[in-house]
Design a protein around this ligand. Structure first.
Ligand SMILES: [Zn+2]
Length: 617
């Protein structure tokens, strides 16, 4: 924290010297098949970007200077590349270096092999492709302010190779710095110390922003956003970046962010990233949030006016430990990022909002887990996944695993262990095998009864759910279930008191209604509970799925208004899937709305929806 504060006071700021190179893992299960890099031969230790953002061409162009650590005698380095237009590569003195681009793989992109000779710093001059899949380019109409264009990046899991020529593997940590030049009326922010918050003049009509991340991070955590962006502080180390028109509203919703950081530190040790700010993005952001260091990227769909979705912020903040500090070495172990974080997030929620609130969230998660186990092929329900990614259950089964360990050994002992775990593996990659070894060495310590009780290998490597799994039950959700029971027995919708419901109670209620309902009942529910016009996108999404399943025509205008307004996969994917399931009734609606909505969605969402619906003609 102090380090970043000092940097901010320097003018012009000096870029921080990188830490010593981070460790890499070389055990077989730590080999990342989604990178072309051969880190034992030569690896990138620092990336320095100098890029200009061209909103007309939808590209960034400039240079990436890479510092390299190479084994004795190594003469080449292999980078990851997805459709980059590489003009030239030189050594630090400007002498050209030979390079070759391998065949393009639809999933991995291409290798970029550079003959470095003795060079240990190289400079790549390049531009991104206009369809770089890390980027969403938004027109002014697709922003809240409607006046300025917007660009944001999403790196996880292997998208950053579409705009940064580096070794794009979570096990190859790098420090980085960047200078980003943008049109003068726009602001650039990145997931690093923001050295020039107001920018500096950089030629006619341009401004330049500088950033430095002096910690070694997995390169998927390098993130950029450019647009009409304002800032307001929450406390001394937390704040909100968002479009100026949304500042007051977003700040009020996220007012607990500083307390969340305090609570997280009290649980599992110091927050090691300086500032913790939240960037609230335009509606097309594809996820709930992305844990970019120092600057969580968040969907505006969590801004519901009642703080009932700030668990998303608790989640992204928790990633500052699980994911950003201790990182899955390969995506096959992504439960180490997501399961740990989903567990940790719930502990932050409990610290701020009490046991029952945490129980609501954990109980809903249990529902999700049960559904995922039912819907997934058994192989996809293993925590240690296949080569290319974790299974469907990274979040839910992973969190349940850790909760089960907590309940088995007791909270005090578990918390002490986990705090030590984050210290022991800080700024390093981790594997499932490595975690289990650490758990055995530092928690179980040869206790055979405990080892048998925990069933660690079943949890980590086998499908399904071991029989010691802990299910936390919520009284609040039980009350919703009782309400559903009364409705099923014929009670009128007007008898339901929704006045103090959180989003989670709404979700439980809407998803708990019978899937088949007469039109008259749907009309009564909509008229009484104002579902079709709810400002809460979670309610709109759950209502749309129910209405579509019943081919309920009066809901269609509301659904057609909702789908282009939100780009978050969690909320729109189920609606499109429901339309598709209703074939001759649903597909005409999907074909009408999707082409209109598609340009506002991020490429990762478009790719999935194109597969489901077929690309528009
Ligand atoms: Zn996450």
């Amino acid at each position: 924290m102090l380090r970043f504060a000092l940097l901010l006071s320097l003018a012009p700021p000096a870029l921080a010297a990188p830490d010593a190179p981070a460790p890499i893992l070389t055990t077989p299960e730590a080999v990342d098949v989604l990178t072309y890099a051969q880190p034992q031969v030569a690896r990138v230790t620092h990336v320095d970007l100098d890029l200009a953002v061209d909103f007309a061409a939808h590209v960034v162009r400039g240079t990436a200077a890479l510092d390299i650590l190479a084994a004795p005698g190594a003469r080449e380095i292999v980078l990851d590349d997805r459709k980059l237009a590489v003009a030239r590569i030189t050594d630090a003195a400007g002498h050209p270096l030979r390079f070759t681009v391998g065949p393009d793989d639809p999933e991995k992109g291409a290798s970029l092999t550079v003959q470095i000779g003795d060079a240990r710093r190289i400079v790549v001059t390049y531009a991104s492709d206009p369809h770089a899949n890390a980027f969403a380019w938004l027109t002014p109409a697709q922003t809240a302010g409607k006046a300025k264009p917007y660009l944001f990046s999403q790196g996880e899991s292997i998208l950053n190779r579409s705009w940064i020529p580096t070794q794009d593997s979570p096990g190859i940590r790098q420090s980085w710095s960047a200078t980003i030049t943008v049109p003068a009326d726009l602001t650039a922010v990145m997931s690093a110390a923001r050295l020039t918050p107001e920018g500096e003049p950089a030629g006619p009509g341009q401004r330049r922003f500088r950033f430095a991340m002096d910690r070694n991070v997995p390169p998927y955590l390098i993130a950029l956003a450019v647009g009409g962006i304002g800032f307001a502080a929450i406390d001394h180390r937390t704040g909100v970046y968002t479009e100026p028109a949304s500042l007051a509203r977003d700040c009020a919703e996220l007012a607990d962010t500083g307390r969340m950081v305090d609570a997280a530190e009290a649980l599992y040790g110091p927050y090691r990233w300086g500032r913790y700010d939240v960037l609230v993005l335009p509606p097309s952001f594809p996820f709930g949030g992305m844990e970019n260091p120092t600057l969580t990227f968040a969907t505006p769909t969590i801004i519901t006016g009642d703080r009932s979705n700030v668990d998303v912020i608790a989640h992204e903040l928790a990633h500052s430990w699980s994911g950003n500090l201790v990182t899955n070495a390969t995506w096959a172990d992504s439960w180490l990022n997501e399961g740990f974080t989903t567990y940790f997030e719930n502990r932050i929620d409990e610290a701020l909002y009490g046991r029952e609130r945490a129980a609501v969230l954990a109980d809903l998660l249990w529902d999700d887990l049960q559904r995922e186990l039912k819907e997934s092929a058994p192989a996809a329900t293993r925590l240690h996944g296949d080569a290319t990614g974790g299974g469907a259950v990274d979040y839910t089964k992973g969190a349940t695993f850790l909760r089960t360990v907590e309940y088995t050994v007791g909270r005090a002992r578990w918390d002490a262990y986990l705090r030590g775990y984050f210290d022991r593996h800080a700024f390093a990659p981790q594997t499932t095998a490595g975690f289990l070894a650490d758990l055995r060495a530092n928690l179980i310590r040869g206790d055979k009864d405990l080892e048998a009780k925990l069933q660690l290998d079943r949890w980590a490597y086998e499908p399904g759910l071991p029989d010691n799994a802990v299910h936390v039950k919520s009284a609040t959700l039980a009350a919703i279930d009782a309400t559903l029971g009364r409705l099923a027995a014929g009670a009128p919708a007007a008898s339901v008191d929704t006045a103090r419901w959180s989003t989670q109670e709404w979700i439980r209620f809407l998803n708990g209604l019978p899937r088949q309902l007469p039109a008259a009942r749907l009309a009564e529910l909509d008229a009484t509970l104002h579902l079709s016009v709810s400002p809460n996108p979670y309610i709109r999404s759950a209502w749309a799925v129910l209405a579509i399943g019943n081919r309920y025509d009066p809901a269609v205008p509301g659904i057609e208004a909702f789908l282009p307004s939100v780009g978050r996969g969690l909320l729109i994917r189920p609606v499109y899937a429901a339309l598709k399931a209703q074939g001759d009734w649903g597909m005409p609606i999907a074909r009408r709305v999707y082409p209109r909505a598609r340009s506002g969605y991020h490429p990762v969402i478009v790719a999935g929806l194109d597969r489901v619906l077929g690309p528009p003609e």
